[in-house]
Design a protein around this ligand. Structure first.
Ligand code: CUA
Length: 253
């Protein structure tokens, strides 16, 4: 075998081994906190697919760069020499444009399908509840738009939602950009002054999870944290009734 071919074979072997190790390591890392929503599964799977595709691309580029540095480095006495003139290679350029374009197009389509699918409304309109999320420097508050007392929705400083029910969040901001994020649910969206953004989540694990502001919004950004409490339906109903009674009392007094 001539030297050039042997080098390419060696690069391919190194590349395959490095990719295999890289993919195994990437999949072993626990990237996210415990999942607590129906949306988390497909998101985590999407993440894994992106890792599996990205690692070999990273390895390919790195292996070529390292081999080029080793093989084509300047040797003593060559400091003043210019490299050989290289003309374009149409076939190579077609290949290195087409393959990445195909990879990116398929990942974009796949990601779009996943995101489209997890944001789908439940078949029965009344199977869903609505919570308005308002961000302001430096706190969140939550309004239960399906439960009004004297025309005003129930308002809470902490987020309470029932387990196993689709919740549609309408997200707004009173001042600057914020971002409503519950890492355990995997869903996240900007709160943008002047418009209402949305996302849907079906929490599927009872527990308390951090609500985090994920958009730098000022000095108190790091402290703009609250709690999302996922309760069994009956406990949630009891909580909501208690809020309702308190609001009624406040409205009549
Ligand atoms: Cu609000 Cu960062």
């Amino acid at each position: 075998m001539e030297r050039g071919k042997r080098t390419v074979t060696e690069m391919a072997v190194v590349g395959v081994i490095a990719s295999a190790i890289g993919i195994a390591a990437a999949l072993l890392i626990n990237w996210f906190p415990a999942s607590a929503s129906k949306q988390a599964g497909p998101i985590d799977q999407l993440w894994d697919v992106l890792l599996i595709v990205s690692v070999p691309v990273f390895v390919l580029v790195t292996v070529i760069v390292l081999y080029s540095v080793k093989l084509f480095r300047v040797r003593p006495g060559q400091e003043l020499m210019d490299g050989p003139p290289v003309h374009g290679n149409t076939r190579l350029e077609v290949i290195w444009t087409t393959i990445p374009a195909l990879i990116i197009a398929s990942l974009v389509v796949y990601a779009y399908l996943v995101l489209h699918d997890i944001e789908k409304a439940p078949a029965a309109a009344n199977a869903e509840m609505h919570v308005k999320v308002t961000g302001r420097q430096f706190t969140w508050y939550f309004e239960y738009e399906d439960t009004k007392v004297a025309g005003k929705p129930i308002r809470s400083a902490q987020l309470y939602v029932p387990e196993g029910k689709s919740v549609k969040f309408d997200v707004v901001s009173e001042d600057v950009l914020h971002d409503f994020w519950v890492p355990n649910w995997r869903m996240k969206i900007d709160a943008v002054p002047g418009i209402t953004t949305h996302y849907r989540v079906t929490p599927d694990k009872v527990g308390s999870y951090p609500v985090v502001c994920a958009e730098l919004c000022g000095l108190g950004h790091a402290f703009m944290r609250q709690t999302a409490n996922v309760l069994p339906q009956a406990e949630f109903d009891a909580w909501l009734t208690k809020q309702q009674q308190a609001a009624q009392k406040a409205a009549t007094s």
